[in-house]
Ligand binder design. Structure first.
Ligand SMILES: [Zn+2]
Length: 233
């Protein structure tokens, strides 16, 4: 039998389900009164499906935390670039620039390592948000123009469990982690949300429109499932 985690809910109308992700592995979600025997039966019944899902995702990879030290690699649109840390006197907080194929960070020379990590993490987050918003906006403008539709505004979410969403008011929201994924994958997420400006649902006409802009969209959905554990900061 495979390893799995059990998450119990006290919500009244909670229905049981099994999910398989690269980050959390196999998770069985059940109402809190369900017995262990019943849970084991659920897992046994779904064993083939679970094995196939794990194989498709290439196994389980817990997320690794970034340390923000000199030489550590960070992703930017699917490519890894080293972080170069240079202690500097006369500055109060870290300054980050992306140049010559690396993230160059000037850090206050007097900071302790723990302060430096916190400071650098904040500088990287800011950098990802600013650049992510700029580039995703360019992509959104490109595809909305192609479809002849308009949107209200774009928000890059600091924390989000989904890659993108489109509200009834035509606000487009994106997960800031997308800026670490390859361009084609980001394009797919942008196309998906821009197509929601035309169809606010996931019926066939919606997927046909997505496909007309990106015939290989299924590859990108799988890429995100397989690699989301890499997109960390
Ligand atoms: Zn959607």
């Amino acid at each position: 039998m495979v390893d799995y985690k059990v998450v119990r809910s006290s919500r009244r109308r909670f229905s049981s389900s099994i999910s398989v992700t690269t980050e959390k592995g196999v998770v069985v979600s059940v109402p809190k009164w369900v017995s262990l025997g019943v849970i084991e039966d659920m897992v046994r019944e779904k064993a083939d499906w679970i094995a196939k899902a794990l194989a498709r995702l290439g196994g389980v990879h817990p997320q690794s935390k970034k340390r923000f030290v000199d030489g550590e690699k960070h992703l930017y649109f699917g490519e890894e670039y080293p972080l170069v840390v240079v202690p500097f006197t006369g500055i109060a907080t870290a300054r980050l620039a992306f140049q010559n194929g690396s993230f160059e960070a000037k850090v206050p020379g007097h900071h302790l390592p723990i302060q430096q990590r916190k400071d650098l993490k904040e500088a990287m987050l800011r950098w990802y948000l600013d650049n992510g918003k700029r580039i995703i906006t360019q992509k959104v403008n490109h595809f909305t123009k192609l479809l002849g539709v308009s949107y209200n505004r774009i928000v890059l979410k600091q924390v989000s469990s989904i890659w993108g969403s489109c509200s009834r008011k035509n606000n487009l929201n994106f997960n800031r982690k997308l800026i670490m994924a390859p361009h084609q994958v980001v394009d797919y997420v942008v196309i998906h949300e821009v197509c929601h400006l035309v169809h606010h649902h996931h019926r066939k006409v919606f997927w046909d429109l997505v496909k007309s802009l990106e015939p290989n969209y299924k590859e990108h959905i799988l890429w995100l499932k397989k690699n989301q554990y890499l997109l960390t900061i």
